[in-house]
Design a protein around this ligand. Structure first.
Ligand code: SAH
Length: 209
């Protein structure tokens, strides 16, 4: 891992068209991915691949974080809810682009891992909540919701907790590959299929309607 690896990764994500807007590119420069992975993987921090973060979970590959962040079209006034906090890296990237991020993580150990990583990197506008994100979170309404675990469907509570005109990005499907969906809440709820992807599954603590 070196500064050169990081620069090369960012340039390659730009060449591939995954990173497009100056703000998102700057967020990738400013957030040290090595602080969000176990130290034994430090040498791979800037390889474009998912990495284990413990408890069978992974930090997403940088190109997937780039794709989802760009799709979210973050604005400085946005309040964002993330389902699947994991390492806290995606929330850290968003923290540089929006006003406030709430990220929910089901696994208590990972919630603490994310909290520590976000504290170390000074991302003070992120709140990590230990809980089941399939039930949403009480700070609604949100401008944007980003789901970073594979969900069987877009739950009604997420649609309810979005502002009018709000956007949700989620990998939808039970089996791999899932389809990355961009949903927009207008008079009706409209969804667009973006691409195939593979995420670890959402684990729910109850049956959802
Ligand atoms: N966004 C993360 C990667 C997420 S991996 C990052 O940047 O590192 C998916 C995460 O979703 C895992 O940590 C898993 O524990 C969590 N998860 C699974 N089901 C969940 C649920 N119902 N609510 C909240 N988090 C959940």
């Amino acid at each position: 891992m070196s500064g050169r690896d990081k620069k090369e990764l960012i340039e390659s994500l730009q060449r591939s068209g995954y990173l497009r807007t100056p703000g998102v590119i700057k967020a990738f420069r400013d957030i040290p991915r090595e602080e969000f992975i176990p130290s034994k993987y430090s040498d791979h921090a800037y390889a474009d691949q998912p990495l284990p973060i413990g408890n069978n979970q992974t930090i997403s590959a940088p190109h997937m974080v780039a794709i989802m962040t760009e799709l979210l079209e973050p604005k400085t006034s946005d309040k964002v809810l993330e389902i699947g906090g994991g390492s806290g890296y995606q929330a850290a990237i968003l923290s540089k682009l929006v006003n406030k991020v709430y990220t929910i993580e089901l696994d208590p150990g990972l919630a603490e891992f994310a909290r520590t990583n976000l504290r170390k990197t000074g991302c003070s506008n992120v709140e990590v909540i230990h809980g089941d994100g399939s039930k949403g979170y009480k700070e609604s309404p949100y401008d944007k919701i980003i789901v970073t675990c594979a969900t069987p469907r877009i739950y009604d509570v997420w649609k309810e907790q979005l502002k009018d005109g709000g956007t949700i990005i989620a990998p939808v499907g039970e089996k791999a590959p899932q389809i990355l969906i961009k949903g927009t809440k207008e008079k009706t709820f409209n969804t667009k299929k973006i691409l195939d992807c593979v995420f670890v599954p959402l684990r729910s603590t109850s049956q959802n309607p």
